[in-house]
Design a protein around this ligand. Structure first.
Ligand code: ATP
Ligand code: MG
Length: 241
């Protein structure tokens, strides 16, 4: 059963419609990739799911509950965690303070919050060594780890990631994708927006290709990696072996 069901989603800015009726689903224990070139509408899709852009048409349902018109903080409380493009950390605050802010919904449960933060340090040992370092002084990879850890403190049902690999070295990307796989294997639902199609299709279970605000192709990630249209547009024309 799908955790997230999106049907006919329409979103726009001003007079311009950017998403022209998107259908997609994500189930617990699967990584679903949303691929597409610059300006296709990937970030807009994620922002609409999180309540950061108004839904103009269609429906968004999480765990049987409609998210249409629901405020962003309430959607977070319902179990959707969004790691935005470019990370958006609180740079003048420490790693520890960033994680604490991520757990704001349980801030009055000190012991539980502390326990969850320790879980995050176990998942990201590099952050444990740097808990008192200011987020703005971390490397790009470490900042991405903080952004993901901050989203995980509330133990979401659906993790939505907007280009986590952006600007990172291949080794760090592998490490972050490794964490994403581990979360999936533990039963989390993951919606992953990426431009790095080759690596993404290797870790994803299913994928959708968005072009100019419409889903062009969708299917099993392994099949998409062999699709000539995907190879030509997103894999540099080469086989994705
Ligand atoms: N706040 C905004 N106001 C007006 N237009 C916007 C706004 N945000 C995005 N757009 C437009 O909506 C379209 C889709 O943008 P979006 O950021 O969703 O694309 P994307 O697929 O995430 O691209 P990228 O890969 O570059 O991040 C683009 O044409 C963009 O210019
Ligand atoms: Mg984007």
């Amino acid at each position: 059963m799908s955790l997230l069901v999106v049907e006919g989603l329409r979103v726009g800015y001003g007079k311009v419609e950017v998403l022209h009726g998107i259908d997609l689903t994500v189930a617990p224990g699967e990584i679903v990739a949303l691929l597409g070139s610059n300006g296709a509408g990937k970030t807009t899709t994620l922002r609409a799911l999180s309540g950061l852009e108004p839904v103009r048409g269609g429906k968004v349902v999480l765990g049987g509950e409609s998210l249409n018109g629901v405020k962003a903080h309430r959607i977070t409380a319902l179990g959707l965690a969004h790691v935005p493009e470019r990370r958006r950390l609180f740079s003048p605050l420490t790693v520890e303070e960033n994680l604490r802010l991520g757990g704001y919904l349980i801030r009055d449960q000190a012991a539980e919050l502390k326990r969850r933060m320790e879980t995050m340090y176990a998942l990201f040992p590099r952050l444990a060594e740097r808990r008192l370092q200011l987020a703005g002084t971390l490397s790009g990879g470490e900042q991405q780890m903080v952004a993901i850890a901050r989203a995980l403190v509330l133990q979401p049902r659906l993790l939505v990631l907007d280009e986590p690999s952006m600007g990172l070295a291949p080794l760090i990307v592998r490490s972050i994708f490794g964490i994403v796989k581990r979360l999936r294997d533990e039963g989390m639902a993951v919606l992953l927006v990426e431009q790095n199609a080759r690596q993404t299709l290797r870790i994803a279970d299913r994928a959708y290709v968005l072009e100019s605000g419409s889903i062009l192709i969708h299917g099993a990630a392994a099949d998409l990696a062999l699709d000539p249209r995907v190879q030509a547009a997103y894999l540099g024309g080469a086989a994705a072996a």
